[in-house]
Design a protein around this ligand. Structure first.
Ligand code: COA
Length: 455
């Protein structure tokens, strides 16, 4: 769980806020430059050289020093009957299993395993605690397969000790749409780390993907591996600063007080946009058209191929995903949508709080200021309309998140988030997320051109 480092050292926003004579455009450029420098510094700290990647150097991925102008497979696909039919070998005493998320016991077992073993922040203060309902939702979208929810058990005790998942996604890189697997929830039990089990898990899910005729995959990781398509920074918007400070997530800046922080982060009681309401089933076709059109702005983004996918991913799902639309009061057209999902973290060893309730920005879209033509550039006036509108939509999303008792609202520096992050009082965090593609050559993508949100 990346943390809010805004209060531990002056953030870019704090530093830049003092420079009143700087216009918005120059400020944005300076911010982008500083961010690139900080990304490069971070990158070199965490990066191994290519030869030390005993596993990844053998895989069809770009090397760190490789740049590609082309888009396409690195290795050719093979006929499905030539794909290895038997599973990868596991060390003695371990065996493969599949987790059926329709089954209460399997889902509970996976939840327990991830809750105790999944991603922690560098300081070991927080650990992701994806809920049981969330895992059932995330792992059973249209096209899900049980044999893509792969576990490893200790043969004698049946205990689950490792997991990896794949789901299908239509990903567009530049103008090319490819059916890929989206890989997530890779986890090895804490006691079995550094024993080279992760490469076996990755090989096995790759084989199972090949068996379905899919030879490309997309995945994200905090770890630096060969070679990120893009790297996005985490940003955090405090909603409950008192609890965030008590949890050690943020600190009171030396020149502030708790009372001032509470005042600063207070959000209105009600959303402000006329026609802002909870998304309903009847909105699905319009939301799909709006979202797909909006996502065409980006170079690396999913395409929602059916209404069924929107029903699954975007329609509100209790305790998991919240989605809102803006319905024009006159035309009744849906002009905007915004969604966020719940991903709490366990607060490790804190006497007062056991859970931090975090909302994560999911997909959003607006047609305000957008050119009619798919993916076209915005002129200056359209850019201003567009930026203002996204700010209004996000301000209302923050109101709704606070109403649901979220303590913090997290977002990555991707899509058009740069238009609202500082205005809506997000602070930069200390975490970065790298985006990767497997067996897919493509040019690097700027953070602002990433349109994929992974859970
Ligand atoms: C990520 C995790 C499964 C890796 O397992 P491990 O026991 O630490 O590492 P192993 O000895 O099994 O394997 C090491 C190899 O896996 C690679 N690896 C590590 N993390 C990886 C990741 N997130 N994605 C892909 N490969 C990864 C390493 O780079 C290394 O390969 P290399 O020699 O080519 O560099 C394990 O650390 C874990 O469960 N961590 C907590 C959950 C987590 O962070 N999951 C990843 C979310 S993106």
């Amino acid at each position: 769980m990346p943390k809010d480092k805004q209060s531990q050292m002056p953030s870019l926003q704090d530093l830049l806020a003092g420079r009143g004579d700087m216009d918005e455009e120059s400020r944005r450029k300076l911010e982008a430059l500083l961010r690139t420098l900080s990304l490069q510094e971070d990158d070199s700290k965490n990066k191994k050289d290519m030869e030390s990647h005993r596993f990844w150097r053998t895989q069809p991925v770009l090397k760190y020093d490789e740049v590609s102008d082309e888009i396409g497979a690195i290795e050719p696909s093979v006929p499905v009957d030539q794909v290895k039919q038997t599973p990868e070998s596991l060390p003695n005493d371990f065996e493969w299993c599949e987790l059926d998320m329709r089954d209460e016991q399997d889902a509970k077992e996976l939840y327990d395993f991830l809750t105790k073993n999944y991603v922690e922040d560098d300081g070991g203060q927080f650990r992701f605690d994806y809920s049981f309902e969330f895992l059932r939702w995330a792992l059973q979208p249209p096209g899900w397969r049980k044999d893509w929810l792969v576990g490893v058990r200790v043969t004698s005790t049946r205990r689950l000790v490792a997991f990896i998942s794949a789901i299908p996604v239509h990903l567009r890189t530049m103008d090319k749409v490819t059916l890929m697997t989206e890989i997530n929830f890779l986890n090895v039990h804490k006691r079995l780390r550094s024993k080279r089990l992760a490469p076996v898990m990755i090989r096995e899910i790759t084989r199972r993907s090949h068996l379905q005729g899919i030879f490309q995959a997309v995945y994200t990781a905090g770890a630096v591996l060969p070679k990120p398509v893009s790297t996005c920074q985490y940003f955090h918007r405090s909603l409950n600063p008192k609890k965030l400070v008590e949890c050690g997530f943020s600190r009171v800046p030396h020149n502030s007080t708790m009372a001032r922080m509470i005042k600063n982060y207070k959000v209105p009681e009600k959303p402000a946009l006329e026609g802002f309401r909870v998304m309903e089933a009847k909105d699905v076709p319009e939301v799909r058209a709006l979202l797909n059109k909006f996502l065409a702005r980006y170079q690396f983004a999913p395409e929602f191929e059916s209404d069924e996918e929107i029903v699954h991913w975007i329609l509100p799902h209790e305790k998991v995903v919240w989605s809102y639309v803006v319905e024009d009061p006159t035309t009744h057209k849906i002009t905007d949508m915004v969604s966020f999902y719940s991903l709490p973290s366990t607060v490790i060893g804190n006497p007062k709080h056991s859970t931090l309730n975090a909302a994560y920005l999911f997909y959003y879209a607006t047609d305000k200021g957008l050119p009619e033509q798919k993916g076209g550039e915005l002129d200056e006036q359209a850019q201003a309309t567009f930026g203002n509108r996204l700010n209004e939509v996000m301000a209302d999303a923050l109101v709704m998140a606070r109403k649901q008792d979220f303590d913090v609202f997290n977002a990555l520096h991707l899509m058009d988030n740069h238009t609202f992050l500082s205005t809506q009082k997000f602070g930069s965090g200390d975490g970065f997320l790298n985006f990767y593609v497997y067996n897919w050559r493509c040019p690097e993508v700027q953070q602002e051109k990433i349109g994929l949100v992974m859970l």
